[in-house]
Design a binder for this molecule. Sequence first.
Ligand code: 2AM
Length: 176
Amino acid sequence: MRVFFALWPGPAIARRLHKEGERAHVTTGGRRMRRDTLHLTLAFIGDMPRERLDALLACADKVAFTPFALALDRIAAWRHNHIVWAGASVQPPELESLVSQLNAVLADAGFPVEPRKFSAHVTLLRNARGELPASEIAPPIEWPVHAFALIESDRAQDGAHYAVLKSWPAAGASGR
Ligand code: 2AM
């Protein structure tokens, strides 16, 4: 199975993100991510044997975090992988903590962790071409984060399909 941990937006946030993707698409072309697939990856594990799932769930059980707000306030493009993404000019400390806790418990349990510095982004377009100067999202998309999730990815002809396997609420939150 192919898995990763992510923040999964509710429908209103996903709708706004999808709209931003539509706007950028006019300039860059490429493939728009479907609205119901938009997410922010926290830790990418990749392919692993299904027998490791219990160990992975146990890792996430050890993570503690409090709800926080993430202000997605900019759109930009990466040339190297032709991605157009939405991001936050200020990364909340709670987000940094969530990612570093996940990386620590995953590494302890022998799962692969990303050696590169975490760069929070929601991919909106793939195979984007042409220049896209970084621009503001105004007003910013205020994303109230109450939970993180383990996602299973199934790659199909028409793009990846994702299933939320389990979601972990923040302390004091009842879910997404
Ligand atoms: P991306 O959107 O920047 O490509 C599912 O593939 C999610 O995991 C995507 O959000 C993807 O980020 C992220 N991801 C992180 N590292 C990855 C890797 N090495 N291979 C594939 N996806 C990765």
